[in-house]
Design a protein around this ligand. Structure first.
Ligand code: GLN
Length: 470
């Protein structure tokens, strides 16, 4: 069943050469076989089996009433809420917490008969690039277990890489779907901001957070996108028109593609990633596309701007975890003040605390103008510049990450080094533009890397069409 697309699986299910029950059993077996990768924090074995059996009956007796995603087995990141199921955002602070409602995007796929197989591990509140910031321990890369999976949707990427589901729902605030997908050799897609409801995603930085999709086939991502991109009045930042299904994909034999030479030509990029990117430029040209080197003056501001704004939003969003409303409350607390401070001190991990402090700093009265307001202005300039570029170009290409998966035990000597590795992914997040990471080869140790393609806002369908070509 490995490598079948949803279309192929559905044909087999309708023909009777495959059943949902067998499919779910196959994935469950793969989960057991790859347990040491730590991709899941919870597996819904019984629930998935029961649902599969019910679907098999429906396939036999009422095939006309089947939802569009029948036979689509999905994993769901531990940051997307599901009624009567636990959700912990990879954090101890939400231990024991069960959701009272289902995220709108998840609800949409459930209504179309998708089967949810489990909840995947992630960096705490989506903060991280290597999935070592999870309360449930690191996720391991299937290609080399001593290496990271990438993050923060590391469990999601590995769940697809290890063939334990067909598609994974993740979230992407600054690259969390694209970067682990690249490091695991699968496809990761982040839609335009406002195209998929954020209602029911645990908030990290609301003006950046998005649902993202990881899979092996562009056609599967396309199918899931057409289901999850529906208007939802519970998310005030959603577009009411130009949603995925309403978009037009314009097939051209020659697209105009731009890339930033200074961005790719830097010390931080690994030689094999660099060479593969340049080969891709040549290959795209030989396919008949026009690929031009262009300047972009804001490169050095991307990462600082992203981290100033996201930590600010995080410090505000995470104030709701006060030991009273959700999950963990310190048993040692004696006073109300203790409840707040001790629950938060014991419940949050180190990276989350660091970001709350950074965010509180940049929002503080004395520094607000110097940091937060400045970063907002820079974000606006970056958006304007990108809009200008997309007036002349269909796509921008970049590597997904300058580096391949690193050792799980590698402690960053410079705390900023890991943040800097987000250089290529945060651009689409700062501008709310769609971006997809497609596998682009492996290095000499067999570790995969990706190429990322960005398109203008609401050009998601065009982007996926092109991703399919490459
Ligand atoms: N690595 C980035 C961060 O730590 C992106 C995370 C994400 O997209 N959730 O903020």
């Amino acid at each position: 069943m490995e490598n079948f697309s949803l279309d192929q699986l559905q044909q087999q299910l309708l023909r009777g050469t495959l059943s949902c029950e067998r499919l779910v059993l196959y994935y469950l077996q793969n989960i057991v076989n790859t347990q040491e990768l730590n991709a899941y924090v919870e597996v819904y074995a019984d629930e998935a089996m029961d649902y599969a059996k019910a679907l098999d009956i429906k396939i036999k007796n009422q095939p006309e009433s089947l939802g569009k995603l029948f036979g689509c087995v999905l994993s769901v990141k531990d940051l997307i809420v599901h009624k009567d199921h636990k959700v912990s955002a990879g954090s101890a602070i939400l231990s024991g917490f069960e959701s009272q409602f289902t995220a709108s995007a998840l609800d949409a796929v459930l209504k179309e008969d998708a089967i949810i197989i489990g909840r995947t591990n992630c960096d705490e509140f989506g903060m991280g690039s290597d999935n070592t910031n999870s309360h449930f321990g690191p996720v391991r890369n299937k290609i080399d277990k001593s290496k990271i999976s990438g993050g923060s949707s590391g469990g999601a990427a590995v769940s697809v890489q290890a063939d334990t589901c067909l598609v994974a729902l993740g979230t992407d605030t600054g690259g969390s779907v694209r970067q682990p997908a690249a490091m695991c050799g699968v496809i990761g897609f982040k839609p335009s901001y406002g195209l998929v409801s954020r209602f029911g995603l645990v908030a990290y930085a609301s003006s950046f957070d998005q649902l993202g999709i990881i899979g092996r086939h562009v056609s599967d991502i396309d199918k899931v996108m057409s289901i999850v991109s529906i208007y939802d009045e519970n998310d005030a930042t959603m577009y009411s028109d130009g949603l995925y299904s309403e978009q037009e994909a314009i097939k051209k034999t020659s697209y105009r593609i731009a890339y930033f030479d200074q961005a790719v030509h830097t010390d931080g990029i690994q030689a094999e990633v660099y060479d593969a990117f340049n080969n891709s430029v040549d290959k795209l040209r030989s396919m008949g596309h026009e690929v031009n080197k262009i300047g972009f003056d804001y490169l050095e501001y991307l990462v600082p701007c992203y981290y100033i704004l996201t930590t600010a939003e995080a410090s505000s969003n995470l104030s709701r975890y006060d030991g009273i409303r959700y999950g963990y409350r310190s048993p040692k607390a004696k006073t109300l003040q203790d409840v707040y401070t001790m629950s938060r001190s014991e419940g949050f991990g180190k990276e989350v605390k660091k970001r709350i402090m950074l965010g509180s700093f940049v929002l503080s009265e004395a520094y607000y103008d110097a940091y937060f307001s400045k970063a907002q202005q820079v974000r606006q300039l970056i958006r304007q510049k990108m809009d200008e570029i997309f007036e002349n170009y269909d796509f921008i290409i970049l590597p997904t990450s300058p580096v391949v998966a690193w050792d799980i035990d590698q402690k960053p000597s410079d705390p900023l080094a890991m943040y800097m590795a987000d250089i290529y992914t945060v651009l689409a997040s700062l501008t709310g533009m769609p971006a997809v990471s497609v596998p682009n080869g492996n290095n000499s140790d067999n570790l995969p890397f990706g190429i990322q393609v960005l398109a203008g806002t609401k050009k998601d369908k065009n982007l996926l069409l092109f991703a399919g070509q490459i």
